[in-house]
Design a protein around this ligand. Structure first.
Ligand SMILES: [Zn+2]
Length: 401
């Protein structure tokens, strides 16, 4: 079989991952490789069982063209999503479809321990037989907070200060680990499968145990020096506000509008403050608003107004065409979208408002897992040894799966 360059394989696998189905001609156009290179690479990928024929299309002049797709069982990824009011673990197939999941709620500020991480990873891997397990390619991890260059994470919501996450995960599982911030992982998932498809200037804002955002300009993520850009929750939204934030300061958006802080304010107003607070209780507060509970309404009015103000500042600063809202907000589109739109109409410069759209994420609660799996897929393609592992799957074994 002729020699096939790694770069060709990377480009072709990326196109098939992002588009799901493609003809050879579409792959040639998207990769800008020449026809012969694409044909040789695809011949090899078909032979190895990594790519399959998914059907035939007939062109206008009656020529039949094969439609190609990735073999969904050519490899598996472990996905870990550490932001949210629950931490989530998933096992995805080669295409990033979540096959098995395990999750647990997070008590705010209580330290997320290594034992829980180990349990989650083992719970999803435990669904695989030995043969499938040998085809797990990598682990994708989306983390909250700030990771330093040594892989240590400081995340107040998880009770971590300089927690050596990268080292600990590598100690738990014998797999290569690829990671990114949870907001960026979610924004990538939105650009791949969701509301931000084909959009180059977009922002993803997540409201859960914390509040974070990720943004893309001309399709490139804005990362900052330490990859920590997007700490929207710790921007000061009201210097006079008494609410104390996990970061130790007052005036932060997160201290007012994050899920556990919405719960906290409601419990304080109704004289039933108790411990510990779980962010996922926020859906009960949403339900109370809909039932006409005045205290709940007051809390949501305040959180919605400050979120809207923060998003207006963000829009004036970054000039996005699309803001996608996710996290626990997806349970309360009816409560938050009108309040946020009112603030945007008041505070975003008119010229920028014309092209600004705000949408709720429609990818559901698995979005973090999908994003983490995509970090692992793209990371694995960049690694020569892993690319080799993916492309040398034994044909019979993969086809039998
Ligand atoms: Zn703060």
């Amino acid at each position: 079989m002729p020699r096939v360059s790694e770069a060709w394989l990377r480009k072709i696998l990326t196109v098939l991952y992002e588009r799901r189905h493609s003809t050879r001609a579409e792959i040639v156009r998207a990769t800008r490789l020449n026809v012969a290179s694409v044909s040789q690479a695809i011949q090899r990928l078909l032979h190895q069982g990594v790519v399959q024929r998914s059907g035939q299309l007939r062109s206008a002049v009656g020529r039949r063209r094969d439609e190609l797709k990735l073999n969904s069982e050519a490899g598996y990824f472990v996905a870990v999503d550490l932001e949210g009011t629950r931490v989530r673990f998933g096992l995805t197939n080669f295409l990033g479809d979540v096959r098995h999941r395990w999750e647990v709620p997070v008590a705010v500020g209580r330290k997320l321990d290594l034992h829980t991480l180990a349990r989650g990873i083992e719970a999803v891997l435990g669904n695989l037989g030995p043969r499938e397990r040998s085809r797990v390619v990598a682990l994708g991890l989306s983390y909250t907070g700030i990771m330093d260059r040594q892989g240590r994470v400081t995340a107040w919501n998880l009770g971590w200060e300089d927690f050596p996450l990268r080292e600990k995960i590598r100690g738990l599982v014998d797999l290569p680990v690829f990671h990114g911030t949870e907001s960026l992982a979610k924004l990538s998932a939105e650009r791949w499968l969701g509301a931000a498809r084909g959009r180059s200037h977009c922002v993803f804002v997540t409201v859960a145990n914390g509040i974070g955002c990720a943004s893309m300009n001309e399709g490139h993520p804005l990362l900052g020096r330490d990859g920590a850009a997007g700490e929207l929750g710790h921007t000061i939204i009201d210097p006079a506000a008494p609410d104390r934030c996990n970061c130790g300061r007052t005036g932060c958006l997160e201290a007012i509008a994050s899920s556990p802080n919405i719960v906290r304010q409601y419990l304080e107003k109704t004289g039933q403050r108790r411990k510990p607070i779980f962010g996922e209780q926020v859906v009960e507060v949403f339900a109370r608003v809909r039932e006409g509970d005045a205290a709940a309404l007051e809390v949501i009015d305040r959180a919605g107004r400050y979120l809207g103000l923060a998003l207006a500042n963000l829009a004036n600063l970054l000039n996005p065409e699309l803001i996608v809202l996710g996290g626990d907000l997806i349970h309360a589109e009816d409560l938050f979208l009108p309040r946020i739109r009112t603030e945007l109409a008041r505070h975003v410069l008119p010229k920028m408002q014309v092209s600004l759209e705000v949408q709720m994420s429609a990818l559901g609660m698995d979005i973090g897992l999908v994003g983490a799996a995509s970090l692992a897929f793209h990371g694995a393609l960049r690694d020569s040894a892993l690319l080799k592992k993916i492309c040398s799957a034994h044909p019979e074994e993969v086809r039998a799966a």
